[in-house]
Design a protein around this ligand. Structure first.
Ligand code: ATP
Length: 402
């Protein structure tokens, strides 16, 4: 899908102060980055801006500091790791105001091709409210704005939307382009058959995604906790499985819609069940497998069963495009991860275009070692879901049109 927005290839940044919004919202444990995919994904844009002689000022949020400095959510470890990945110093502009005296002084000292990283944008209370004062501060230290933070594109915050509206030149970076190209092509212009797989906990979180994908895909597969509301809507006993009782009518509507449109809607035919939910989540569990017709009232379905896994994998084999969002079961527990693993394996083995919609499914695919077998793993869970719903992303809309 061609994005009708100006990109970093359309501008000249030589000698200019370029504020580049990235998504460096990475998981940290004891100050160490435990998954650096988002840093690696940001490198092409940063390298391009350096090579073109820009003064590269990076910014991002990290976690939820709720509008005040929280040392454990400082971006300092990111600056350190980025320096190693780039092979060039990324100076960390420590500043409790993000754009306060320290950051301004650091920007004033920059030479062409230098890179600095500002402090966590969510240290400022205005950030998540798109408040003008912080947007103005950000705009005051740059000549050009580049938005490469796909993972935040579904939000309208100061550092991706507010600032873009205050500068003359606001463009998107390579990661943003790549994300929209993969997700956009899959949804709007897919090589068919197009199989969409949805899982995860709740139907309620994915109402619009189900509705939109049903129109675009040839086969919609539903697994994970959300499948049980569909199964209940079909009249099956689902025991103590997750259910959104208010969404039963919605599920019926979607099943009717699939029939009318001539789309295949695949639901589990068997489940891996447990008697009590594990605590901690990866504690040992005693599992029993039941077909959906034989599900006992006192069991909880926590993974798709082996017959379902085979059926879903077969559907993947016939596809030319596959989009997957949400695990097939409680994959955090090794005994309940087989269904998610089987789907990940089917995607890894097909020649089809395979797109993982971020969040838990991306974590599962990487954890299972299939990351490099996928055509594209989105860096944004929420953003990719809103894109799959057919919504316009404010972070993209704010960039200059071509
Ligand atoms: P994200 O929102 O991060 O993108 P996601 O869309 O991939 O995540 P969620 O809707 O957040 O998925 O659901 C993921 C969670 O659903 C996992 O923690 C998993 O354990 C849980 N889950 C999946 N299947 C079941 C089930 N059958 N019963 C209970 N929980 C389940």
């Amino acid at each position: 899908m061609e994005l009708n927005k100006k990109t970093i290839d359309d501008i000249n940044v030589k000698g200019k102060r370029v504020l580049c919004r990235c998504d460096f919202n990475v998981p940290l444990k004891d100050g160490k980055i435990t998954d650096e995919n988002r840093l690696v994904a940001a490198l092409p844009t940063i390298k391009k801006l350096i090579a073109d002689g820009g003064k590269v000022i990076l910014c991002s949020h990290l976690g939820k500091p709720k509008g005040e400095p929280k040392p454990e959510l400082s971006l300092a470890p990111v600056a350190k790791r980025l320096s190693e990945l780039l092979g060039q110093e990324v100076k960390f502009a420590a500043d409790p105001e993000v754009v306060g005296p320290n950051a301004k002084a650091a920007v004033a000292e920059m030479k062409d091709g230098d890179v600095i990283l500002l402090e966590n944008t969510r240290y400022r209370a205005e950030e998540t409210k798109n408040g003008e004062a912080f947007s103005k501060d950000l705009a005051s230290i740059c000549d050009v704005f580049v938005n490469d933070a796909f993972g935040t594109a579904h939000r309208a915050h100061c550092s991706n939307v507010g600032v873009a509206q205050l500068v003359d030149t606001a463009v998107v970076g390579y990661l943003m382009q790549k994300e929209i190209a993969f997700l956009g092509n899959a949804v709007e212009n897919p090589e068919r058959p197009f199989v969409a797989i949805l899982g995860g906990a709740k139907v309620a979180d994915k109402l619009n995604v189900i509705n939109n994908l049903l129109e675009k895909c040839d086969t919609l597969i539903i697994g994970g906790g959300m499948a049980y509301t569909f199964l209940k809507a079909q009249g099956y006993e689902i025991g103590k499985s997750l259910v959104d009782d208010e969404k039963i009518d919605y599920c019926k509507e979607m099943m009717d819609k699939a029939k009318k449109l001539g789309k295949k809607l695949l639901l589990p035919v068997d489940s891996v069940t447990i008697s009590d939910f594990p605590n901690p989540i990866d504690a040992p569990v005693d599992v029993e497998v039941y077909s959906v017709e034989e599900m006992p009232a006192d069991r909880e379905g926590c993974d798709i069963g082996p017959k379902t896994a085979e059926m879903f994998a077969d559907a993947v084999k016939t596809a030319k495009t596959v989009v997957w969002n949400g695990p097939m079961g409680v994959f955090e527990n090794p005994t309940l991860a087989a269904g998610t693993l089987a789907v990940a394996k089917a995607l890894a083995e097909t020649d089809a275009i395979t797109i993982i919609g971020g969040g838990d499914s991306a974590a599962a695919v990487n954890q299972m070692g299939y990351g490099d077998k996928m055509s594209h793993i989105s860096t944004g869970g929420g953003a990719s879901l809103e894109f799959l719903e057919g919504k316009e992303l404010p972070g993209v809309a704010a960039a200059n049109d071509k």
